[in-house]
Write a protein that binds this ligand. Structure first.
Ligand SMILES: Cc1ncc(COP(=O)(O)O)c(C=O)c1O
Length: 487
């Protein structure tokens, strides 16, 4: 393949092709590359990098595989299911299989504790949550318009929401002193800053439960947000992709519940993005959902869904699986139980080494606080620490700066994409690292104390009027009687 210079490409190709709006140059993706070039394997590469930068859920795939084994008729590639082959292989209606939309609607309700119901006619399919975000951006904003997004936020939003649409994301800065909760003041301030810069704000984009924090949004904050978008007449996109991955179900309040409770909010401003990549652990199936309360958005998104349809074979299989009420109830309960267990093991393991995480009740990751290990409280200091963690500790974790967080020293660590044994190796590596840094710090402090005492004793001697002698380099030798005297 020939190679073109950047300037030549900018003439030959589109701005998208010649630019780097994909965001692949961030540390978030660099960590993945480090893992790809030296992946950990317990037998063939025990010294390799452990992938803790991937929010993938492998904890319950055994349940899915069991179900598939017990239901050969659900697949068109088995003797039992082959009768459906023609009908499924020829299906290409962008409305999707009605049975699939019904099954999805039921599953989405269940994943939210059965407290809300979804209308299958409002379900639009997309190529994963990624496609859902982009389609929503296309429907709700024009190039140059902006959505506000609380920080820290999922790094790939810059790609999914902005890259091809030309829509911008503007941060709403949240801080650890508020447990990274979104405040009304921060929301208003981000909106006003955008207005002063003549940027048209079309809405707010948020994840609930949060990626990367693993926290859920409380009722008060959600109400503030709904009131805000209603007053400004802008949109609210709630990415609820982790709604079925909440260990403590009481903690999760979907925006749909609030809309049901308070009819005064204008529903047509509210849109939900969902996918089966996390709650069902099937990112490879590329099943995404746009659920909008706005009829025009549903219509337009459905037309756009031709660009990212879910294959009819996948729809067929999953409509059987998700229509099996017994299975989905057991799966969701077991998924929560396993995630909770893993979360507890991981966070309590870290605590033994004096490492804390932001308290959380959801998701496939924790927000780990490594501020105590920063040499410098800056983004550079964070990236320096991150490089050590990747290259020496051999863990791919994601630094807070890649989530547009303004506070250095926090790292997102995924814990559900590995088996128990690998998790213990990862914990041991972090523990050894923490011990090593603490030893080094103690030694450094001892040295500093020693030097301080030394200076003090020099001062005392200096008081005695032997300044000229102290200027001599010989006196700094460890053999000097003056130095010995200062122990
Ligand atoms: C908040 C959020 N939205 C969307 C996505 C993309 O999901 P999908 O794999 O279904 O495209 C992810 C994946 O990590 C995510 O965390």
């Amino acid at each position: 393949m020939g190679s073109q210079s950047v300037s030549e490409n900018s003439h030959l190709l589109s701005r998208i092709a010649a630019g780097d709006g994909h965001g692949e140059n961030s540390s978030y993706f660099d960590g993945w590359k480090a893992y790809d070039s030296n992946p950990f394997h317990p037998v063939s590469n025990p010294g390799g990098v452990i992938q803790m930068g991937l929010a993938e859920n492998l904890l319950c795939l055994d349940l899915i595989k069991e179900w598939i084994k017990e239901h050969p008729e659900a697949s068109i590639c088995t003797e039992e299911g082959l009768n459906y082959f023609e009908a499924v292989a020829n299906f290409q209606d962008y409305h999707g299989l009605p049975s699939f939309r019904q099954a999805l609607a039921r599953f989405m309700g269940k994943a939210r504790g059965g407290r809300v119901s979804f209308n299958p006619d409002r379900i639009v399919m997309s190529g994963g949550g990624t496609g859902a975000q982009e389609t929503l951006a296309f429907c709700l904003a024009d190039p140059g318009d902006a959505f506000l997004v609380p920080t820290p936020y999922y790094p790939a939003f810059d790609r999914d929401f902005c890259w091809r649409t030309g829509v911008r994301l503007l941060p709403i800065n949240c801080y650890s002193c508020d447990n990274f909760k979104l405040t009304k003041a921060a929301l208003e301030s981000a909106y006003e800053t955008a207005r002063k810069d003549n940027i048209r704000v079309k809405g707010v984009l948020m994840t609930n439960p949060s990626n990367p924090l693993g926290t859920t949004m409380d009722r008060g904050t959600l109400k503030t947000l709904l009131t805000f978008v209603n007053q400004k007449r802008i949109h609210l996109i709630c990415d609820e992709i982790f709604s079925g991955s909440v260990f403590n179900q009481i903690d999760f309040l979907s925006v749909c519940e609030l809309l049901d409770e308070e009819p005064s909010y204008d529903k047509s401003l509210i849109h939900i993005a969902y996918s089966l990549s996390k709650d069902l652990g099937l990112p490879g199936f590329r099943v995404g959902v746009i659920y909008s309360y706005n009829d025009t958005v549903v219509k337009c998104a459905r037309r756009m869904s031709s660009f990212g349809l879910v294959s009819s074979q996948t729809q067929h299989l999953l409509s059987h699986m998700l229509n099996d009420d017994d299975f989905t109830s057991k799966y969701l309960a077991e998924n929560k139980r396993r995630l909770h267990k893993r979360h507890e093991e991981y966070t309590s393991g870290l605590e033994k080494f004096g490492i804390k995480c932001l308290p959380s009740t959801a998701g496939l990751f924790v927000w780990m606080d490594l501020r105590q290990f920063l040499k410098e409280n800056t983004e550079n200091g964070e990236l320096e620490l991150w490089r050590v963690i990747i290259s020496d500790v051999k863990l791919n974790v994601s630094p807070s700066s890649s989530f547009r967080c303004t506070e250095p020293g926090w790292f997102r660590v995924c814990f559900a994409n590995m088996d128990d044994a690998t998790m213990h190796v990862a914990l041991k590596r972090i523990g050894d690292f923490a011990d090593k840094v603490k030893d080094e710090t103690t030694q450094l402090q001892q040295k500093k104390r020693f030097n301080k005492k030394l200076r003090l004793s020099f001062c005392r001697i200096n008081d005695g009027g032997i300044t000229q002698h102290l200027m001599s380099p010989h006196l700094q030798s460890p053999q000097s009687p003056l130095v010995k005297a200062s122990y």
